[in-house]
Design a binder for this molecule. Structure first.
Ligand SMILES: [Zn+2]
Length: 259
């Protein structure tokens, strides 16, 4: 999440790059109100996802669950996220992460909203949780970095795959191999900002204006035009998050990504 005073500049630079709308996921109790506030303040170009990131899973008590449930009715909330599992950092105990993920998935089903899913070194458990709800869940496995087999499984489960700036990294042949086997019609282009800035900005703060760099790299891998990749991703974004053609309201362009 960017400091609030940086937001107008971030949005303007995104718009100049053709990225006219963004989806901002909450990560926990601390930034939930900020995220909802952004969607309220910039209704024509910011949407929000509500939920608790696996890093913060241990903080999901009754009070926070209530806040998240109430946030489902707020303007601009189109998804439950960012939720999932992260066994790399294990900032919350595994059991807490599994409990939190199950609670969020069932909340999304009840509210009929898609989910934005995080996964790091936790694929087997995540797949199990998703498979239990197969055929009912909608969502995207964001910044996906598993292999071609896992990617196929995501699609079989009826979910989308989000590809971030990692696909541009020199050493990321594994991501490009996974991407090459994917149906471009099931891929969303994303930033995962402020993390994972694509080359040539790698290592610096990422922002939605860099989405075209990710899209261009995908276009190379698929031997398509960048315009095709952008319009596929925008169409997928609209379909998954239920966003109408008149959003974003600025002018013609692509909705995508995260802030
Ligand atoms: Zn994530």
């Amino acid at each position: 999440m960017f400091p609030r005073h940086e937001v107008p500049g971030v949005l303007d630079r995104a718009a100049s790059a053709g990225v006219l709308g963004v989806l901002v996921p909450a990560t926990g109790g601390e930034d939930l109100d900020t995220t909802l506030g952004l969607a309220a303040d910039y209704p024509d170009r910011v949407l929000a996802a509500t939920g608790v990131h696996p890093h913060e899973a241990a903080s999901l008590d009754a009070g926070l669950k209530k806040r998240i449930e109430q946030s489902l009715n707020r303007d601009g909330v189109v998804a439950v996220g960012e939720i999932g599992l992260d066994y790399h950092y294990m900032n919350s105990p595994r059991e807490d992460q599994l409990d939190a993920l199950g609670w969020h998935l069932d909340l999304a089903l009840e509210a009929d909203l898609p989910v934005v899913l995080h996964n790091r070194e936790s694929w087997a458990d995540l797949e199990g949780m998703l498979a239990e709800r197969r055929g009912r869940l909608r969502g995207v496995c964001h910044s996906f970095a598993e292999g071609p087999g896992e990617a196929r499984r995501v699609l079989e489960l009826g979910l989308w795959i989000g590809i971030s700036g990692m696909v541009t990294f020199k050493a990321a042949d594994n991501i490009r191999e996974m991407v090459a086997a994917l149906d471009p019609g099931r891929v969303l282009v994303e930033t995962d900002s402020p993390f994972l800035a694509p080359v040539p900005h790698r290592g610096r703060q990422n922002e939605p204006a860099y989405i075209p760099l990710v899209g261009r790299r995908l276009a190379e891998e698929w031997k398509k035009t960048a315009e095709d990749v952008a319009s596929n991703s925008s169409a997928g974004f609209r379909e998954l998050f239920g966003v109408s053609e008149d959003w974003p309201a600025l002018s013609k362009g692509s909705p995508a990504g995260s802030l």
